[in-house]
Design a protein around this ligand. Structure first.
Ligand code: DLL
Length: 437
């Protein structure tokens, strides 16, 4: 299919054929994980389950869940279902302290991934005649290479610039005639400001953007679409499942099409773990149907959304998920990096020079996140010895930057500054309004 517009046949199959395909793949996948991954075998045995008990989609609810903690506990390769010699690539989740979650891919997994991303690009109207500037980070993060291989698979031209400086992005965009940009929505907002400021919009060929990796709103989409006169598409994915390309919206912009011949979505109540009806908000849980290296059963994404199984006006019949409403855990996504408040606490405790009271304050300045952390320190640091406070401030900033992979602005404050609450401490004040209310 190289060089051709992606053929939609598979994406438009009837509900009946889809059900049959998903069922057959699920049965096969369950057998594989039972025999290849001791973790799943033990879990299923504890539940009194044999692979033969899973006869199709109707038995999905019997299967055990998988969490990020399970991946961490089996760091680095403990959940892999193939020998390491069959792994052709590794990626890892961003911004975690200590042990990251590591994901592996066989050659077959990479083929599946590039097919999914090629489908997404086609949904956005991208063809072999396009020039796609990939401004997601390359490296262990899945964004850069994920998009890269999808673009090549489609036969379009890839410009693998990664997260270079804005001036460089603009220069290449102008010189090479970039028609599609793939980057986080907040960064695109920043690029837009720079383009408008430099007055170079008339020189650009840009018409489409593939944005994802962080929550964003319809308001931001409209603002950038109007500002740049281009169309924005919302690509979703997570490293544990594959990376970008698990789902994306089409030209109808009526929800994000899940590649559900490969990734089976369920929408569950995060407290009861019971299915919620179509249209109601729940946690997205995904079972990989064909993944070879790291197959996951009922992976809890913690992303909150709703689902519909109604066919779309574009003819695709896959399940569609709505814009994300938030997360059922406390993970924050700051400038595209995943951050858990507990990481900050762990780093501060290890440093041992501050008090255990801290507060994260997130805001939007223009289109970029600002990331401030207030941390209480002992009274004595506020004596006349300014140098001591500066030393500590520098050390804390360094420690946190290392732990998070981000540079928060650190404010050391006097004891009692941060408001105490009787129940749970209010660790995060997020004023960015990135989720739909
Ligand atoms: O962010 C993969 C990716 C790269 C997706 C490039 C799209 C584009 P992780 O770093 O593992 O992987 O982060 C996954 O990011 O569980 C969501 O909470 C959030 N996320 C990803 N895409 C979107 C989106 C990549 N379009 C976590 N809208 C996920 C809202 C998103 N949240």
């Amino acid at each position: 299919m190289n060089g051709l517009i992606w053929n939609k046949t598979k994406e438009c199959m009837s509900a009946e054929d889809r059900y049959k395909l998903q069922s057959a793949r699920l049965v096969k996948q369950v057998k594989r994980v039972y025999h290849q991954v001791p973790f799943y075998r033990e879990k299923m045995q504890q539940m009194g389950l044999e692979p033969g008990d899973i006869k199709g989609l109707e038995d999905l609810g019997k299967l055990p869940f998988t969490t990020k903690a399970d991946l961490r506990d089996h760091y680095p390769f403990g959940l892999f279902a193939v020998p390491q010699s069959e792994i052709v690539r590794l990626h890892a989740s961003s911004g975690t302290t200590g042990k990251p979650t590591v994901v592996g891919y066989t050659r077959g997994d990479i083929e599946c991934w590039q097919e999914c991303v090629a489908r997404c690009l086609t949904m956005a109207g991208v063809t072999q005649h396009d020039k796609v500037q990939v401004a997601y980070g390359y490296g262990l993060f899945t964004g850069g290479l994920g998009l890269h291989y999808g673009v090549e698979n489609l036969g379009a031209m890839v410009i693998p610039i990664s997260t270079s400086h804005t001036q460089k992005q603009l220069q290449l965009m102008e010189d090479f005639g970039t028609t599609v940009i793939a980057c986080t929505p907040s960064y695109l907002g920043h690029l837009m400001d720079s383009i408008l400021e430099a007055g170079i919009k008339p020189n650009l060929q840009l018409k489409t953007a593939i944005c994802g990796a962080e929550p964003w709103t319809e308001e931001l989409r409209t603002k950038i679409q109007n500002g740049l006169g281009i169309e924005l598409f919302d690509i979703y994915g997570l490293s544990e499942i594959m990376g970008p390309g698990v789902s994306q919206d089409c030209e109808a912009h009526q929800g994000s099409h899940v590649m559900d011949d490969y990734f089976l979505p369920e929408l569950l109540d995060p407290d009861t773990l019971q299915a919620v009806p179509d249209g109601e908000v729940g946690e997205l849980v995904i079972t990989t149907l064909t993944k070879e290296a790291l197959p996951l059963l009922r992976y809890r994404t913690h992303d909150l959304t709703s689902i519909t199984h109604e066919p779309c006006s574009c003819c695709r019949t896959s399940a569609r998920i709505a814009r994300f409403r938030g997360r059922s855990d406390d993970m924050l996504i700051i400038r595209g990096v995943n951050v858990f408040p507990s990481q900050i606490e762990a780093a501060l405790m290890q440093l041992g020079e501050t008090k255990p009271h801290y507060q994260i304050i997130l805001e939007r300045e223009g289109n970029m996140d600002t990331f401030d952390i207030l941390i209480e320190v002992e009274e004595r640091f506020f004596s006349d010895e300014v140098a001591e406070l500066e030393r500590l401030s520098h050390k804390v900033s360094q420690t946190l930057s290392q732990a998070l992979g981000l540079h928060p602005t650190v404010h050391l404050v006097e004891p009692g500054t941060i408001e105490r609450s009787e129940g749970k401490a209010r660790r995060v004040i997020d004023k960015r309004r990135i989720y739909v209310p």
